[in-house]
Design a protein around this ligand. Sequence first.
Ligand code: SAM
Length: 374
Amino acid sequence: MTQQTIEILRELEWLAVECRIQPSDDGRTLIPLNETAFSIPSSSFDDAIIIDIDPLFWKNRESWQSRFTELVGDGVLDEIITTKSHEILGDLLIQRYDELNEPYLDAFIQSKMEAHPRIRLMLLDHGVKGEFRIRDLQPIAVRTDRLLWGEDLKEVDPSHLDLTTYVPTNGLRLHLDPSRVYFSSKLDFERQNTVKELSKFSAKIGRPVNVCDPFCGVGPAIAHLLQQNDLIGELLVNDLNPDCIPFLFQNLKILRNQNPNFIENDLVEPIPGVFVGCMDALQIPDRTEQCGRWDALLVNLPHQTLNLLPALLPLLRPEGPMRICGWTIIPESDVNNLSNNLSRIVDCNVEDIEVRVRKQFNATDILAAFVIRR
Ligand SMILES: C[S@@+](CC[C@H](N)C(=O)[O-])C[C@H]1O[C@@H](n2cnc3c(N)ncnc32)[C@H](O)[C@@H]1O
């Protein structure tokens, strides 16, 4: 719970990173917030209490910030640098590209790689590219037996610059290469929510849930569900990006001993009742054996979720209980209308729809999670 909360706060950039997380006398954990915290309402923190206490600062040598200041001088971090934070994925440290940071890149590399001794590769993120919205990542430093960057990188054996990594998350280790497949550890909290939702659903219907994840990526949502005994019955995992499939076979324990041979633009059934596809999700309903089969549908292609949802509905059981767990990016001004909109698309009551605003996506849009229950 603490770890999830920290991840959400980090994603929202509400953490006061220069301060320490500390225990309070009543057994709770105190997580330091910065002054932008709660600039947008977030239902993720309904149970949290905000208190004012004196912060505990990191000791000077421990943080990358103090080492950075040592290297470039006072004031630069606070007055010039706007993009400070980074994301850690396994043994990769990813920092968003920012033109203003260019003159200080060497100092970023030294301070962050010294502060994170388990990091093997530091990368600059130039944004997303291509139809699969994969990150354009540029290696800028590597740790072999020593730290190498700049001109020295040209001499490094390419195997050292391999971006394949294991990302530890909630007792799982997800195998992936973020330059070839989509992955965001920021969605961990959502994956936990899906587990809670479908666990309740399984208890309600009194049997494992048949789950269809047509935009599964490397399988993080399903890997979390498979941690629960007897939660999943039949399963369909599919992603149009062929690079996801070998990782999927490693990340999902039921597929681990199977041969990841698959045919592009097709669905295979390596185990009875378990389907693996590498095809356009919109074409899955053309397979008659897939229609009316699934109790739960996960729809995670947030820029297109609302447009694609109608075409995917035939996959669900036509009658009886079902769940749709979806994520969508929409203009902030459309949030209040989202439940009505979904109710029209799925032809259900608004009372059966739960909408949670997850975060501000950009200046005008937000990411919202929804669950439709029938
Ligand atoms: C936002 S990611 C979600 C991945 C995964 N569910 C997760 O939580 O990490 C969307 C995924 O949909 C895949 N995708 C994009 N268009 C698709 C399509 N038309 N049919 C199937 N998959 C598609 C992308 O390759 C990507 O892996």
